[in-house]
Design a protein around this ligand. Structure first.
Ligand code: SF4
Length: 424
């Protein structure tokens, strides 16, 4: 008799916290649809021990971290394979990410937990597998988490009392969680509630006693999506940059969503079959996503002066094109390169590319950064690789910030600042 297909019903779904805020909110979205969900607990040494036990060293670092975190779930006293699901999206193409879910299933089989469901939507169809309604809710979770994190990174370096901005961020996240986990709320009403929470958080961020007149270099952070957003994997590099006198502008998750949308359109056109109808559907979806995002970002227009994201992903892809054409260089490498050029145009003082050790995205980007720097006034750009064994990160950041300060003193592009910073 054929085995019954595994479903999410009756299971707890664990979500790996690529970014802490977005995983928290995506879990809330699943709960709103009656699926018990929560992020995996914060990573620790045991994560690396368990991840390392089931990997050979050829896998990339995010694989080791997510696998280790999932395996920690299997060690819990209340763990029941038949009541557990693990969220591991997938993707096509040459990147090893496409193998994460496959390896996870193999490891679970090897240790006798094949009853666990690996829930795995795919980037090939723009992660459509999670269902239309859920898809839009997940998008709102990701976009609102991006806005909140961006506000945190804008405010925290300047706060007078350490912890103020983190506190407001946590309150904002809790507010968004409450809105996103509510069942049976219309799309329009939910968006209204999300914006209300974001505006309240914005006002609390603005009210934090802060010295915005400090002369802090602005450091763009690009690179591999998991490693740049997962604070455990990158040893909280953004905070370390702040501690040494910088402000960071971290590439968000939305960028990847716009990129996968664009790739999907290219694929539909190349396939030809029913292209017009499928293309129209994809464009309507993106239109709706844009409208949602616009509603969330609009109240922050003044706060994000100087750190505006490009209006369209093609601005990034076109910027990268002389160095890495989109058609030949798929994935984050093209985004990191294109975003570096955008960061230069906005007056950033340096770019850090965060990548897992041995990730081809970082390796390829690193090959073209010297030319980008040369073509863009000598903008300092540096790769930082992570594999859980980083040494002297503080020292390396310190050296990089010195380069950024010296570039800042001679750069040709003047940055813009929010009015309430009172800086000319
Ligand atoms: S981008 Fe690099 S680190 Fe990330 S999954 Fe792909 S190969 Fe691994």
């Amino acid at each position: 008799m054929a085995a019954r297909p595994k479903t999410l019903k009756g299971r707890k779904l664990y979500i790996p916290p690529m970014a802490y805020g977005s995983a928290t909110l995506v879990a809330a979205v699943f709960r709103s649809s009656g699926i018990d969900a929560e992020p995996t607990p914060p990573s620790n040494e045991r994560t690396l021990l368990l991840g390392g036990r089931h990997t050979s060293g050829d896998e990339c670092y995010p694989e080791k971290v997510t696998l280790g975190d999932f395996l920690r779930i299997t060690e819990r006293d209340d763990f029941d394979p038949a009541k557990t699901a693990l969220f591991m999206p997938t993707a096509g193409g040459p990147c090893r990410f496409g193998q994460y879910a496959v390896l996870l299933e193999k490891v679970l089989r090897d240790i006798g937990y094949e009853d666990v469901l690996v829930f795995s939507p795919s980037s090939k169809d723009g992660y459509h597998g999670i269902g239309e309604n859920m898809e839009r809710k997940v998008w709102r979770a990701l976009a609102s988490a991006d806005v909140l994190r961006k506000m945190l990174l804008r405010t925290r370096p300047y706060e007078r009392t350490p912890g103020d901005a983190d506190g407001v961020y946590e309150e904002g996240l809790a507010g968004l969680t409450r809105v996103l986990e509510k069942p049976r709320v219309s799309q329009g009403k939910r968006l209204e509630m999300i914006v209300e929470v974001l505006v309240a958080a914005r006002d609390r961020f603005r009210a934090i006693p802060a010295d915005y007149l400090q002369d802090r270099p602005l450091i763009g952070i690009v690179g591999e999506i998991f490693c740049r957003l997962n604070r455990f994997s990158n040893e909280d590099l953004a905070r370390k940059v702040e501690e040494q006198g910088g402000e960071t502008w971290l590439s968000d998750i939305a960028e990847w969503v716009w990129y996968t949308n664009s790739e999907k359109r290219i694929r539909i056109k190349s396939e030809g079959r029913n292209a017009a109808g499928r293309l129209a559907k994809a464009m309507v979806k993106e239109f709706v996503q844009r409208a949602d995002e616009h509603a969330m970002y609009e109240p922050f227009e003044e706060d994000f002066v100087g750190v505006e994201e490009p209006d369209d992903i093609h601005a990034i892809l076109d910027g990268a094109s002389p160095y890495l054409p989109q058609e030949g260089a798929l994935g984050e490498m093209v985004l990191s390169v294109g975003k570096s050029i955008h960061l230069h145009s906005k007056g950033a003082d340096g770019v850090i590319d965060i990548s897992p050790f041995s990730c081809m995205n970082g390796i390829v980007s690193e090959g073209v950064y010297p030319r980008i720097s040369e073509d863009h006034d000598g903008l300092p750009i540096r790769n930082f690789y992570f594999d859980g064994t980083q040494v002297d990160l503080d020292q390396q950041i310190g050296i990089f910030l010195e380069l950024a300060r010296s570039y800042r003193a001679r750069k040709k592009i003047s940055p813009r600042y929010p009015k309430h910073w009172n800086r000319t």
